[in-house]
Design a protein around this ligand. Structure first.
Ligand SMILES: Nc1ncnc2c1ncn2[C@@H]1O[C@H](COP(=O)(O)OP(=O)(O)O)[C@@H](O)[C@H]1O
Ligand SMILES: N[C@@H](CCOP(=O)(O)O)C(=O)O
Length: 311
């Protein structure tokens, strides 16, 4: 029985005002997917997991992309797919996207498809349809490429890796006791269909500030760029503690803060000027004030999806 394993890291999508565009892979957590071809002709995909995720191939973000690749390319095989979850689900850490990225990469390797990274992203986006009903590309792009990415086009998929010329660390407030059924799906329904021109202009300014800040290594531009007046505002009921955590982050001189993906986790970028301990202490208290139990995770920027060489 031939098997291939790949691992992909967690990510924070929607950096600043970059809804569905800007995303960052981090070392906070990772998923591992192992795919084995079985000596059977059933054509079934059987999923095993250490976590309570759907085990139907079309409902699991790891396997739905595989179903689609097999259909598109006329591949027939019986597969056993192990979804080893390290990334907690439904917390805004790109859990579904990382499973999808690792699964497509393992399958690509197993069947020697020679997919480009952008093709891996395109297929992995089906995983987001399985988990949230929408093929948003940002989490999968970060998990596939690593670093900070901008998805500049979805049809065809085009992803740009953003050069990072300012070195920073990552703090994540992860609310462990929060469970919102179909969180990203619901969060997407909260996003307004139309926006005021003034909000659009401000958000575009933030996005240009963030990108130029990363590229030129300018802290103040990164801070300004980690703002958003549209999506975070509309989704605030999902993470009511966010404005206060952001205030605390700025008080103790973090570079900046934004919501991680569709929340409820919060991302804080820090450097040597930041008092991380105070942010962790006061931020955790703030979570408690909202009856939320936050775990503070320290992380760094992660690389892209990797196939494990010894399977
Ligand atoms: N392989 C998978 N990994 C994580 N979640 C999955 C997977 N397959 C299906 N899901 C479902 O997707 C939902 C989580 O995805 P989502 O709401 O987008 O949150 P996130 O991707 O931030 O963890 C949960 O309902 C979960 O059961
Ligand atoms: N752009 C998406 C990102 C969702 O990220 P997740 O990690 O919360 O699933 C959105 O905001 O809907």
């Amino acid at each position: 029985m031939e098997c291939k394993k790949a691992r992909a890291y967690s990510s924070s999508a929607n950096l600043g005002s970059g809804f569905d565009i800007l995303s960052m892979a981090h070392t906070a957590f990772f998923d591992t997917i192992e795919i084995c071809v079985e000596n059977k002709n059933s054509g079934d995909i059987v999923i095993e997991s250490n976590s309570n995720i759907p085990l139907e191939p079309t409902k699991n973000s790891a396997t739905y992309p595989i179903v689609r690749i097999m259909e598109e390319r006329g591949i027939k095989a019986s597969l056993r797919v192990k979804v080893i979850k390290g990334i907690p689900e439904g917390l805004g850490l790109g859990s579904s996207g990382a499973s999808a990225a690792a699964a497509v990469m393992a399958f690509n390797n197993l069947f020697k498809l020679n997919l480009s990274k952008e093709e891996v992203v395109r297929y992995a986006m089906y995983g987001e349809i399985a988990s949230s009903g929408s093929p948003h590309p940002d989490n999968v792009a970060a998990s596939v490429f690593g670093g900070v990415v901008s998805v500049v086009s979805v049809n065809p998929v085009k992803v740009v890796e953003i050069p990072l010329n300012y070195s920073f660390n990552i703090l994540l407030f992860v609310p462990l006791n929060v469970h919102i059924e179909e969180k990203t799906k619901k969060a997407r329904e909260m996003v307004p269909k139309t926006v005021k021109l003034s909000e659009y202009i401000n958000n575009s300014r933030y996005m240009s500030s963030l990108l130029i800040g990363f590229v030129k290594g300018e802290r103040d531009l990164i801070r300004l760029g980690l703002n958003d007046e549209i999506v975070e505002k509309a989704r605030l009921p999902l993470f009511p503690y966010y404005p206060k955590i952001k205030q605390i982050a700025i008080k103790y001189d973090a570079i900046g803060s934004c919501v991680s993906g569709a929340g409820p986790s919060i991302l804080v970028l820090t450097d040597k000027m930041t008092d991380e301990n105070k942010i962790a202490e006061e931020g955790t208290k703030t979570c408690n004030e909202f009856n939320v139990e936050c775990k503070v995770i320290k992380a760094k920027i992660a690389g892209g999806v990797e196939v494990e060489r010894r399977n």
